[in-house]
Design a protein around this ligand. Structure first.
Ligand code: UD1
Length: 420
């Protein structure tokens, strides 16, 4: 197991952003809808992507992955079972269910297990697929689905916590061949879903409304292969924004899509940073001498993303005053609070609320990463803290950030990966 050794750092210079993991994963699953070859560019080389490669290979794909380009072809024999040993390491594998069902009329995908960020049900996925006419049941830890033919339907896909990103992906992919028009109401509006819809359209699907809560899908007979480029990773870009804010460093971020970052840039401005977007969409972040406290509520897109709550909390630990963070997507996603407090932060959590009393300084400590985004928050805190920090279990961060320590080092960060 690797760990990071981090010292207080000042950052400067520029960092370039890779392709979006959360856009690439469902798009990779969508290649199950065709027997033709797909070439997908700007795919980040991450553990989660390699896991999805493994799952697709089991399901009958032949894949090469070089220099951030995936070439996905079909083998002669197709399979419809996504095994637990692979699915258990990554919940996003559940989005193979929709395309398998659409293409092969049957699917057996291991049910993802518990998750450190709290309960993550799949009821909306199942409800949506059932409404399309699938017969779905759970057997020995697997979600089994079959349907002679799927039927076009008007489906309301909102749940207790609003829209669901991967349930929208599953139902959207399941409906591409249905006769007639399927409508998904309360669809997720995240750029990653818009990107999936654009990929499906490039394959020949008839979809309108991508990026809005109302998707209309007219069934087509078949889909073909295509070439496609994945959108930039908005969570990676915003993680570097948070790193700049926490360390009081002026940085330039290239290759991001500022239009996907509106809520984040608004928060960064409210924290006192000046934010400039150049004509080439480069982002320039220049923090003030101190961080203004702000209130943040995580919401579905275009609201502030839950995947950035931990990183911005790390910044607010150094704010000049009291900030309130409300976690509306995963009310238990606060594993990083105790670790940040061990570094001298003043955070009190009650249910989905965290009150962050800003401190003048954080202090380096031995801290443990609990999940992907929480690890990024601890790295940010380590860069801003006095002295030395040791972040263990960084395999979490490798799930979602490509070369994070190299990118940070290039910005001048004192960070080193060592074997534990
Ligand atoms: C995706 C992202 C994840 C991000 C999350 C929320 C990927 C691979 N993962 O996860 O990084 O944190 O969106 O932006 O894209 N819910 C239900 N029933 C369901 C499904 C979800 O109640 O069947 C609830 C969840 O518990 C949560 C909310 O809906 O409270 C949103 O979750 P969802 O959008 O489904 O998250 P994922 O798609 O799993």
């Amino acid at each position: 197991m690797d760990k990071f050794i981090i010292y207080k750092s000042k950052l400067s210079g520029e960092v370039s952003i890779g392709g979006s993991k959360n856009a690439a994963l469902p798009i990779m699953a969508a290649t199950l809808l065709t027997d033709e070859a797909c070439v997908i560019d700007n795919v980040p080389d991450l553990r989660d992507i390699r896991t999805m490669v493994g799952i697709l290979e089991v399901l009958g794909k032949e894949i090469s992955f070089e220099k951030n380009t995936l070439v996905i072809k079909s083998k002669k024999s197709r399979k419809f079972v996504a095994p637990y040993r692979l699915v258990k390491t990554m919940r996003a594998s559940f989005c193979c269910l929709g395309p398998l069902l659409a293409k092969q009329k049957k699917a057996k995908v291991a049910l993802p297990g518990g998750c450190v960020i709290g309960p993550r049900p799949v009821d909306l996925h199942i409800k949506g697929l059932r409404e399309l006419g699938a017969d779905i049941y759970v057997d020995k830890g697997y979600c089994c689905a079959q349907a002679k033919s799927l039927l076009a339907k008007h489906i309301y896909l909102g749940g207790a916590f609003g829209s669901s990103v991967l349930a929208t992906a599953n139902v959207l992919m399941a409906s591409v061949f249905t006769k007639g028009q399927t409508v998904i109401e309360y669809a997720a509006c995240e750029p990653e879903i818009e990107c999936l819809a654009l990929f499906l359209k490039k394959m020949g699907a008839d979809i309108t409304g991508e990026g809005s809560p109302l998707l209309r899908i007219k069934g087509v007979k078949e889909l073909s292969g295509c070439n496609f480029k994945i959108i930039p990773d908005r969570i990676e870009a915003a993680t570097f924004i948070a790193a700049g804010l926490a360390t009081g460093s002026k940085i330039k971020i290239t290759g991001a899509e500022p239009l996907h970052l509106t809520s984040v840039l608004e928060v960064a401005k409210n924290m006192g940073a000046s934010v400039m977007v150049s004509r080439d969409s480069d982002l320039f972040i220049k923090p003030k001498s101190f961080i203004h406290p702000v209130n943040i509520t995580t919401l579905a897109y275009p609201g502030f993303p839950t995947d950035l709550q931990a990183q911005f909390m790390a910044c607010l630990c150094l704010g000049k005053g009291i900030s309130l963070i409300v976690e509306k997507i995963y009310p238990d996603r606060f594993m990083h609070v105790a670790e940040l407090n061990r570094m001298g932060a003043g955070i009190q959590r009650s249910g989905p609320y965290a009150v962050v009393e800003g401190r003048k300084k954080l202090y380096g400590a031995e801290i443990m990463a609990s999940d992907l985004r929480a690890s990024a928050a601890l790295v940010i805190a380590g860069l801003a803290a006095e002295g030395k920090s040791e972040v263990s279990r960084v395999y979490h961060i490798d799930r979602g950030y490509e070369n994070i320590e190299n990118k940070l080092e290039k910005l001048g960060a004192k960070i080193k990966r060592v074997k534990q």
